[in-house]
Design a protein around this ligand. Structure first.
Ligand code: ZN
Length: 305
């Protein structure tokens, strides 16, 4: 009660200005912070009364994304799972409830430019597919020139998109990127399948499988490379007759029973499935119109349609 009355007194004395923020205000503040950083957010907070960084941190859960340098390695998955998912659990007094998880993969547009990470002393933004032969550690002018020459000769590229592989938990909205790497979109289906296998294996080797629960599915959008790459190892077996899932799944016509190792299913974005369905619906519609047109050409004169 004392805190509340103090606040009311502060408001009367004009030293505290209570503000109610909507979701739109929070979104605007996040956008300002992403584009202009803390300095712009502080300036606009004072001038336009949009939420401050402190309010943002209080109302919004930020996800820390460690940008991957070099080719994606199994160690990137294990480090990110340890640091962003398992380490925070150790400070929690409650043991986490077991649940199913989905590993999802997608691309996000990024600025096509190189940057410098002072902590790692490395150049960021080079595609992970072709960074094997490039020393990304920047220690003098010669090393910077060497990277420029490799970019100019086409041995490596600036990333056009970031490939993000993340873990989400069924039953809540958490999402943890493990990892995010610049990409020049030149992966083969086999390479992207190997990367996903590393992610699934890392979930087991770090102990996350036992502590948090198994991976239930791998989700992807309509990307053709992912679809082809995941097809061979995630649709290779038919769901076992004795599996508890079988009784439910076998009653759903139109859905297949194919799974990967550990009964992991391959999930596609619904948007692309609907697109596919509307494509065939469109073709059937055109075929109907054409048949009707042929009928009108061949029907007897004077016949009323
Ligand atoms: Zn490349």
């Amino acid at each position: 009660m004392r805190t509340i009355t103090n606040r009311i007194e502060d408001a009367i004395n004009a030293v505290y200005a209570p503000r109610g923020y909507t979701d739109k205000d929070i979104d605007l503040a996040i956008l300002v912070h992403c584009l202009g950083g803390q300095a712009l957010l502080t300036a606009l907070n004072r001038r336009l009364a949009i939420p401050s960084l402190r309010t943002l941190e209080h109302k919004h859960a930020f996800t820390q994304v460690e940008v991957t340098t070099g080719r994606i390695q199994p160690s990137h998955f294990t480090q990110n799972i340890q640091n962003t998912i398992l380490a925070p659990l150790q400070s929690s007094p409650l043991s986490p409830a077991l649940s199913g998880h989905t590993i999802t993969i997608g691309e996000m547009a990024i600025q096509e430019k190189a940057d410098f990470d002072g902590k790692l002393q490395m150049v960021l933004g080079i595609c992970h597919q072709h960074s094997d032969g490039v020393n990304l550690r920047l220690h003098d002018v010669a090393s910077a020139e060497c990277i420029c020459e490799k970019l100019a000769s086409g041995e490596c590229h600036l990333g056009k998109e970031a490939t993000i592989i993340a873990v989400t938990t069924w039953g809540n909205n958490s999402i943890h990127p493990i990892p995010a790497a610049p990409s020049c979109k030149s992966e083969t289906p086999a390479e992207i399948a190997d990367t996903m296998k590393q992610a699934i294996n890392s979930w087991k080797t770090t102990g996350a499988h036992n502590q948090l629960g198994p991976i239930w599915s791998v989700a992807t959008d309509g990307d053709a490379t992912c679809r082809r790459g995941f097809h061979d190892f995630l649709l290779k077996d038919e769901l076992d007759f004795n599996s508890p899932l079988y009784r439910t799944m076998c009653l759903l016509p139109g859905l297949n029973l194919q799974v990967g190792e550990g009964d992991i299913t391959l999930d596609f974005n619904w948007k692309h499935i609907f697109k596919c369905m509307s494509f065939f619906a469109h073709r059937i519609c055109i075929a109907n119109i054409f048949i009707r047109y042929l009928y009108t050409l061949t029907k007897p004169q004077g016949h009323c349609a």
